[in-house]
Design a protein around this ligand. Sequence first.
Ligand code: SAH
Length: 376
Amino acid sequence: MRSANVQDKTTSGLNLLDLDRQGLEDYFSGLEEKSFRAGQVLKWIHQKGVSDFQQMTNLSKVLRDRLQRDTEITAPEVVYDAISEDGTRKWLLQLHDGNRIETVYIPEDDRGTLCVSSQVGCALDCSFCSTGRQGFNRNLTTAEIISQVWHATRLLDEEKKPGRKVTNVVLMGMGEPLLNFDHVVRAVRIMMDDYAYGLSKRRVTISTAGVVPAMDRLAELLDTRLAVSLHAANDELRNSLVPLNKKYPLKELMAACRRFVVRQNSRFRITFEYVLLDGVNDSDQHARELLKLVEGIPTLVNLIPFNPFEGSGYRTSPRSRVDRFNSILADAGVTTVVRRTRGDDIDAACGQLVGQIEDKSRRHRRFEEPRIGMQL
Ligand code: SAH
């Protein structure tokens, strides 16, 4: 039931997609309306997909008119939509300023995972990542982040096929979520709100290349899952793959991981992501180094076959290497998952569709201190 009037336009009024429950409650209290209006409006927007205020029939006519006059519900426009043979579905969303971002839906046996972007491009410039190659343009707003879930939910419903639902969200699309802290936290709160998407904390994963101060702040605010993109277990190699490591080296990163775990319940494990690059980080020695690094941390290692793109300069590790690397970890008692490559036929690997973006990163400012917790 996606209303036809939802389309991208330059935002002038207050976009209600930018507000979590608290934000809506504050807004309604300013109108001297009861706070339960917040839950009602969240339901209309996120559960029923309604963006026409006049359809919100449990609000008074006066309030509907007022919302229509002063606010809007404006999502980015879907400009590309493709379903892969394996069921992976990929969307390209165009933002009001012409920038484009990607969202990917990955169905698995008993779940459907939506891979959500947090920035236009990325400033971190990890050497094996195609998004990094495109540079960085800007942070996404809360509305632009949550709109990815909003669109996906509606468009999957329209398929009318059983099981095609968003049951999990991973912030593993374009961008570094912890460098867009406030908007990511607010969007995640909407994902987890029972009046919106109602995802449990185990079904939302925030992935970071290791922005240490933001990891500490995150642990105070949310109890979602955390994935740390490791890719190397010594500083020299990690500096070359994940340049952010020069700012927050492994010793600091692992200490932050230990602090993070302490704040969670006893079943919590950190997911460490490790993209296997042929002849670069995939030897037996590298696997043993990784074991040593994660010692004492409740760990799940996600081994990711490198997804090649033109000009990357890397090759995917052969299957036998992946298996061997995996068995060294597994034999030592570490839980591992070897990710399958999905959606090859629709370029579902992150960052492959967007193409060149207008790079606004200024190299000397790239790793400036994250501005965290400013509006929360
Ligand atoms: N900036 C965040 C989230 C985006 S990247 C982070 O670094 O975690 C999400 C995951 O995709 C990361 O683990 C990243 O290393 C992985 N990835 C990036 N490029 C890839 C590629 N070409 N092949 C396979 N995985 C890749």
